[in-house]
Each structure stands twice: as C-alpha cells, then as structure tokens.
Design a protein around this ligand. Structure first.
Ligand code: NAD
Length: 357
C-alpha cells in the first residue's frame, strides 16, 4: 500500500478501523466503521484468503463505505460498517474463532453490528451470537431472519426489471439473454427468478461444484467457461461474484445493454468506469442500490421482524432505480454518481436534524 491507512481513512471518510487478533483460534480480523450518522454500522463479515493484509484492509474500507451508501439510499437508520476475516474458508472456521470474533464485535458496544457475507453463513452467526447481541442474520430457529441472500436476489431481480423497463419499455425479462457470473447464495436464487420470468440464463463460476448444483437444479441454464463470458452476445450481465469485474478490460469486451448484479464494488474505479459505461451505451444499476435486499432484511431483525414489510421495502428498489436513471440523465452524470448524490443528501439532511434539539 503506497498510502498510509490513515490517508485511506481520510480520503474515504472512515471513522474507525479495528484490528482483531487471537493466536489461539488463528483469528485475524479487521472491522471497518465508515459512518455512523444514521445509526449503528451494520454490515456483514467476509471470510477471504487475501493475498496480503493491505488487500484485506482496502477491501474492508471499500465495503464498509458501500454499506453507508446502501443504508442511506434504502431509507434505513443504519450506518456503514463491514468486517473481513483473513483466511481460507475451508480451513479456518471453528467455534472458537467465531466466538472470539463475537467478543471483539461485542467490545464495540453496538457501534458495529455484524451479519453474513461471502463465505460466512447463518450457522457462523449462531456462534457469534453466543458472545454478542450485535449480530443479525442468525438462523430462523433462533428467532433471526436467516440467510439474507433470497432477499438480495429478489432485490437484484427487481432492479434488473426496472432497468429493462428503461432500456426496452417493458420490464419483462422473457427471452432476454442474461449472464449470471457467480452462482453462490445470491446467484442461485437470482437464476431461479430469471428462469421463472422466461429469461435465457447463462451461468459461470470458478467453483465447479456450484456450477453443477445450479445446472442440476435449473436444467435450462447454459454453462459458460469463465474465460469466455465476455465473448457472449447478451442483453444483461449480472455480476454476482466478487467486486471490480467492471473494469477497462472487461468493458472493452462487453456486448450487453445492462449491468445489474449483486456484487459489491462492481466498478473497479467509478470515476473511470462510470463514464466509460455511458460512452459504451451500457445502463448500469448502482451496486449499493440493487443489492440492498439482504441489508433491508437483516435490519428488520433489529425491530419486530415482519417478512411482508421487508418484501415491500425490497420492492421499492424498482422505483429507486428509475429515479436514479432520471437523475443521472437530467444532470448528465453516471448512475453510480447519481445514487451517491441521493445517499449523501440523506446523510447531510439527517446529520443536520440530529445536530438540533
Ligand atoms: P457466495 O460466496 O455464496 O457466492 C459467490 C460465488 O462467486 C461463489 O460460488 C464463487 O465461487 C463465485 N466466484 C468467485 N469469484 C468468481 C469469478 N471470478 N468468476 C466466477 N465466479 C466467481 O456469495 P453471495 O452471498 O452469493 O454473494 C455474491 C456477491 O453479492 C458478493 O459480492 C457479496 O458481497 C454480494 N452481496 C451479497 C449479499 C447477500 O445477501 N448474500 C448481499 C449484498 C451483496
């Protein structure tokens, strides 16, 4: 990392970065708290085998900032935070690791509330909940709301339909060729909705088992080699793996009209790739808007959980997507910028409300 951690925090507006280490369980975690203007910083814990500690820090910083915007644009009274645990998911998971991590989360007294993310699940949250109340996404049999992925997937489906309405005048995805990159938790649920709506679905994943599972479950899907996904002539690209898949190289190859997917931080550099997508005529649904369904669901766990109310809030992604397209057009800016403006306005409005008696 060429810049210091504090340089990064200052540039991205972070409040706090917490490093957690436990030699007994092998835990190495970073909790990033971006902004608590709207409330406690809620965001999942990602378990990933990062190539370096710097890569893990940057991921935590970028992901937690995205959570601030996600909560703000979704009308939630929550701040933005996220945690990463460094390690190989197939090796490091243990009761001791999760419970020790739970103690670290607890030590922040509710300033940070955790949930699932890539490579973590409701069972892991159950262990964490033994040591702290500041955890959501715990299993339904414990009174929690369980896996947030179905809600995220439904939100992505909803935002994608809004984009189709904008691009083609109607929101049916019937007959549209759609690539789902990454058929993990969200990607699989999304595939189901797309097939039900009559889309022609292509899937890719670096995990052969996940590809097989999905192809067995939905016999109409077409499997694509990971290295050939951008050779496909498709209507919609749905990134549901990891971030930065929309970059100079991939945009150069893309033959789609819409990008609408679940992954966080899809644009490698929004200042470069936002304008590049406009130039190429590709309609991009901002990631922190379209993938908010899971956050909306786990946030409801902090109140009296009501699934119908959650679904009602997830469906609001449709109108918000159209509102952002309109703002982007009227201001001649890219859609990620338009979504950021709306989120920042709410943050400033509520900060002003809170500053007064
Ligand atoms: P997951 O780990 O269950 O699935 C991700 C899948 O992507 C895995 O099957 C993995 O093998 C695959 N993958 C990784 N790199 C790939 C690559 N280069 N090419 C193709 N496939 C690749 O995760 P998930 O919960 O389904 O989340 C997917 C994405 O959506 C993540 O970026 C996550 O941060 C984001 N997201 C998830 C939720 C949620 O509710 N789960 C909410 C908001 C955002």
């Amino acid at each position: 990392m060429q810049q210091s951690v504090f340089d990064h925090m200052q540039q991205m507006g972070h409040e706090q970065l917490v490093f957690c280490h436990d030699p007994h369980s092998g835990l190495n975690a970073i909790i990033a708290i971006h902004n608590t203007t709207l409330g406690s910083a809620l965001g999942g814990t990602r378990l990933w085998n990062y190539n370096s500690h710097e890569e893990a820090i940057v991921d935590a910083l970028r992901l937690s900032r995205g959570m601030t915007y996600k909560a703000a644009i979704s009308g939630l009274n929550l701040g933005g935070g996220k945690a990463v645990i460094i390690g190989d998911a197939s090796k490091v998971k243990s009761e001791a690791l999760w419970r020790r991590y739970g103690k670290f989360v607890n030590s922040l007294n509710g300033k940070y509330i955790t949930a699932e993310d890539v490579n973590t699940n409701a069972r892991d949250m159950e262990y964490i909940s033994l040591e702290t109340d500041f955890v959501t996404g715990v299993p339904e049999y414990m009174g929690g709301s369980g896996d947030p992925s179905p809600f995220t997937a439904y939100g992505v489906f909803t935002g994608m339909k809004a984009a189709a309405k904008k691009a083609w005048g109607k929101d049916s995805l019937s007959g549209k060729k759609i690539l789902v990159q990454g058929v993990g938790h969200v990607g699989q649920y999304l595939t189901g909705h797309l097939i039900e709506d009559g889309a022609i679905v292509y899937i890719s994943d670096i995990n052969a088992e996940r590809v097989k599972q999905t192809a067995d479950k939905f016999q109409n899907v077409k499997v694509v080699d990971n290295n050939k996904i951008f050779d496909l002539d498709i209507d919609i690209y749905a990134p549901c793996a990891l971030g930065a898949s929309v970059n100079t190289e991939t945009i150069g190859k893309m033959k789609c009209h819409i990008i609408a997917g679940a992954a966080n931080n899809q644009l490698e550099d929004e200042n470069v790739h936002g304008p590049m997508l406009i130039e190429k005529g590709i309609l991009y649904v901002p990631d922190f808007l379209i993938n908010a369904g899971g956050l909306i669901n786990v946030a409801a766990e902090l109140e009296t959980y009501n699934k119908e109310r959650v679904m009602g809030n997830v469906l609001k992604i449709y109108d918000r997507t159209l509102e952002i397209f309109d703002l982007a057009e009227s201001k001649n800016i890219h859609t990620q910028q338009a979504a950021t403006l709306i989120a920042e306005k709410r943050l400033a409005d509520i900060a002003s409300v809170k500053a007064r008696l």
